[in-house]
Structures are given as C-alpha cells and as structure tokens.
Ligand binder design. Structure first.
Ligand code: NAD
Ligand code: UPG
Length: 440
C-alpha cells in the first residue's frame, strides 16, 4: 500500500519506518527542513533504539522516502496518517493548531480518493472537526474517509512498541475505511479493537490518565510508607502479584514527565470540565505529581538546612531512560529549584545534555560522566534511571564526593552495593534510608 505520514516526530517517524518494514511504500512529510535533510541522509533526528537502523534499511531498499513538499508526498497515497503534535495550551486544553494546518495542507494537495487517519492524540470530537475542515477546503473532487487510530508507543521503545503493540484501535463509522486500515496493519499480527470514532478518541486519553493515576497512587503510598517506616518496593510487589492490579507502572519516584502524561491528563480534565462532568480524581493525579517532583529538593533541604553553596551532582536529565527528550522532565524543575536555593549543580546524562541545555540553560554545568558530576559534591541526586547508573560502582562515586550522601529519585541503585559501602547516607523514595557511618 502507498502510505503518506504527516509529521516525523516520535510517532510519525516510528510509524513510517515500521510500515515500510512490513512492506508498504511510505513517504514521510514534515515542514521542518532540518529534520527532513537529516532523514534523507539516513540520520534520525531523535534518539530511539533501532530507529536509525530501520530507517537506513528501508530507505536503501526503496520503501521509505522523505519530503517537505506535501504535494509530492500526497500525490499517490492510498492512506494518509496525520501524526503532528497536539501540545498543551496555556489553559490545559490540547492545542489543535498543527492539526488545523495539516487539514489545510491535505485539502490543498489530496488528488485521489484516500483514507485519512488521525493518529495524533486528540480530544473527543476532533476527528469530526478535522473532517469538516478538510472537506470544507478540499480542492479536488475526491472521496475522503476518516479513521481515528490513536497511538500507544512509549519513547525509548517506540519501534518495539509499534512492531509488537498490545492492540490497534480503529475508530470509524465507515466499514471499507476500517477494513483498509486493518489490511495495512495485518502483517503486524496485533489484535484490533474496532469501535466508533469518539470511543477511539477517549480510549487514548483514558489509557494515559489511568497510567498517570496509577503512578500518582503509588507515589502517595510511597509517601505513606516513608512516614510509617514501610518499604514501597515490597508494597508495590505485593500489590502487583494480584492480576487485577498488575505490577506495571507501580514504580514510585519523583513523578511522571514526558510529552504525553502531563499534557494528556490536563487535556482530559479540560474536556471533562467542558462537558460538565466532575473528574476531581485527575486533579489529585496532577497535584500529587507536582508535589512528587519537589521531593528530592525538599529532602535535601531537610538534610542540610540550607542548599546555599552546596554542590549537587545530578545523574540523568531526560524524563525517562533511553530517550533524549526533555519535555516536562522532572530534572527541569529540580535544576531550577536547586540553583534558586543557591546550590551549584553538575549534571550528567548519557544522551540528553544538548536538549537539556536548550531548556534549562547554563544555570547548571553539563559534564561527561557520572564520576565527573560527583566530584566534590555534597550530595548526588539520581533523577533518571539509566541502566548505566544502575550498574555504576557506587563506591567509585562516593570516593570522589565531598560527602557520601545520595538521594535516589528512582529507587534504582543496587541495594547490596549500597550496603557494602562503609560510610553512606542513602535516601530512596518510600523506603527506609540506609545510613552507615564508618562501621565495618
Ligand atoms: N511522543 C510519544 O511518545 C507519543 C505517543 C503516542 C501518541 N503521541 C501523540 O502523537 C502526536 C505526535 O507526537 P510526537 O511526539 O511525535 O510529536 P512531535 O512534536 O515530536 O512531532 C510532530 C512533527 O509534526 C511536524 N508537523 C507539524 N505540522 C505539520 C504539517 N502541517 N505537515 C507536516 N508535518 C508537520 C512537526 O514539524 C514535527 O516534526 C501528538 O498528538 C502526541 O500526543 C505521542
Ligand atoms: O511506574 C512508573 C512508570 C513510569 N513512570 C514515569 O512516567 C513517565 C512516562 O513514562 P512512559 O509511560 O514509560 O513513557 P512515555 O513515552 O511518556 O509513554 C506514555 O505516553 C505515550 C504518549 O501518549 C503513550 O503512547 C504510552 O502508552 C505511555 O506509556 C516517565 O516520566 C516515567 O519516569 C513512573 O514514574 N513510574
């Protein structure tokens, strides 16, 4: 099948590459010339495991092309997938301006009958709105059918999640359009859920809001465990054995960030208010998360009394491991808060430093290794659970620090290695601290 994808962000690019991988002819269109130039050279503009490998393979084999020209990209497409951004507006609602422009671009350049798929995360009712926009401005006399097909991939495992998705949601009131999209995805051998457009739109927000709420729930339990002298890791394990609860997304820490959960929970809350349906649970999810992002700084303040003049090492900047994305990363708030309190911060992240500099700026120093960050530090903050931090020799970090104090915002350091250190103060989230003062 001939497929055009609008937008080469995480979703557009992963979708385009994976559809090419299963044999379709794909053209990815983006208005960002820099991204398209890189992609044409076989370079991925984002850090995502396996993405570049499949990009090069499918481009070389002639199934994947890139362009900034909508006319060129849309000319032969049977299926057009919209994967442009829907960021958060100031009042919490989803900003649909990129989508509106995409509808205009399609109306201008579609020259044959096709199915238009909305993959971007959009509030309930948006597919109908896009259809009206598109049909109202259409230049050619063609038949357009619409399908809502929300995306569930996670950053850091985008390719894996696309090729081995848990489910594919297809929302449409047109049987032939729905069948065409099923045919496109069939080689993936993933279960389909066929539904109406509005339900498909809500499935996406409900899924993200549920997972975000699960994280805020375990974080509230973590705070309770800390006050009660219990261990949230064991509590989560004990809960997770129950199949009805499930063990996924019960990792307590400094809260959720990223390009999706924060904005999607707020957008769903906005929709519920617009529809006059109270949903205060979501307000709590947001408020617990905001509190949780302050946790490490609060604990350090409590430990030191003041942070003025203290040197803090930050391990990790991206909102989660295996990505260089800094959108809504807890590290942003932490870095600002530390420096506002007079602390000096040296940060290390395996891949996100250059993106972090664009957001956080030069109020902190960016260094090239965990040991360099830890040098002369009064305390070390673990902010992102990169595998290399989990595996790191803790003693080697403590050796170069001024004081052996660690605040682990992801409960990811190896407990046995910590306990093997002679002198250490280790403060995890929702678990008892490990305090060893020079005993053998
Ligand atoms: N990032 C994720 O993990 C993820 C997962 C599931 C769903 N989503 C949703 O998917 C959508 C896209 O997310 P993303 O993170 O890939 O976005 P992104 O912001 O990283 O990328 C969007 C791309 O669209 C391009 N674009 C904007 N207008 C265009 C137009 N008219 N024509 C062609 N290209 C255009 C932009 O230049 C940009 O490169 C959002 O609605 C998001 O909520 C994201
Ligand atoms: O137990 C957990 C799990 C996650 N997180 C945090 O939650 C955030 C989001 O993590 P994750 O869901 O793994 O990453 P995303 O790439 O943002 O993916 C989410 O958002 C996407 C965009 O909508 C959806 O497609 C995915 O299904 C959904 O998992 C990150 O800050 C994580 O550190 C926790 O604090 N505890």
């Amino acid at each position: 099948m001939k497929v055009a994808v609008l937008g080469t962000g995480y979703v557009g690019l992963s979708t385009g590459v994976c559809l090419a991988e299963i044999g379709h002819e794909v053209v990815c269109i983006d208005v960002d010339e820099r991204k398209i130039d890189l992609l044409k050279e076989g370079k991925s503009p984002i850090y995502e495991p396996r993405l570049e490998e499949l990009l090069i393979k499918n481009s070389t084999e002639g199934r994947l092309a890139f362009t900034t020209f909508h006319q060129q990209g849309l000319r032969e497409a049977d299926i057009i997938i919209i994967a442009v951004g829907t960021p958060q507006s100031d009042d919490g609602r989803a900003d649909l301006s990129y989508l509106e422009q995409a509808a205009k671009d399609l109306a201008e350049h579609i020259v044959r009958d096709c199915v238009v798929v909305v993959k971007s995360t959009v509030p309930v009712g948006t597919n109908e709105y896009v259809k009206q926009l598109l049909l109202g401005q259409l230049k050619s006399n063609v038949e357009i059918k619409m399908v809502s097909n929300p995306e569930f991939l996670r950053q850091g495992s985008a390719i894996e999640d696309t090729l081995k998705a848990d489910r594919i949601i297809i929302g449409s009131d047109d049987v032939s359009a729905s069948e065409k999209i099923q045919e496109m995805y069939r080689p993936l051998n993933v279960p389909f859920l066929l539904t109406d457009v509005r339900s498909a739109e809500i499935i996406k927000y409900a899924s993200n809001a549920f997972l975000a709420t699960k994280i805020s729930f375990i974080n509230a339990i973590a705070n309770l465990c800390e006050a009660a002298g219990a261990d949230v890791e064991d509590v989560a394990k004990g809960m997770g054995f129950d199949k009805r609860v499930g063990s996924a997304f019960l990792n307590a820490g400094i809260g959720y960030g990223g390009s999706c959960f924060p904005k999607d929970v707020k957008a769903l809350l906005h929709t519920s208010r617009e529809l006059g349906v109270p949903f205060s649970l979501l307000e709590e999810t947001i408020s617990i998360n905001e509190h949780q992002q302050e946790l490490l700084v609060d604990k350090a303040l409590k430990r030191f009394g003041t942070l003025n003049g203290k040197k803090i090492a930050m391990l990790g900047l991206s909102f989660k491991p295996n990505t260089d994305d800094m959108r809504e990363a807890p590290s942003i708030k932490i870095a600002r808060s530390l420096t506002a309190s007079g602390a000096e911060v040296a940060a290390f992240d395996p891949v996100a430093a250059s993106n972090a500099r664009k957001v956080i700026g030069d109020i902190i120093t960016y260094v090239d290794s965990a040991v360099e960050a830890a040098k002369d530090a009064d305390a070390l903050f673990v902010v992102t659970e990169w595998e290399e931090f989990k595996q790191h020799d803790v003693a080697a970090l403590l050796d170069v620090m001024k004081q052996p104090i660690i605040f682990d915002g992801r409960n990811c350091l190896d407990e046995a290695a910590l306990k093997a250190c002679k002198t250490i103060e280790y403060y995890p989230v929702g678990r008892p601290a490990v305090i060893l003062k020079g005993n053998d």
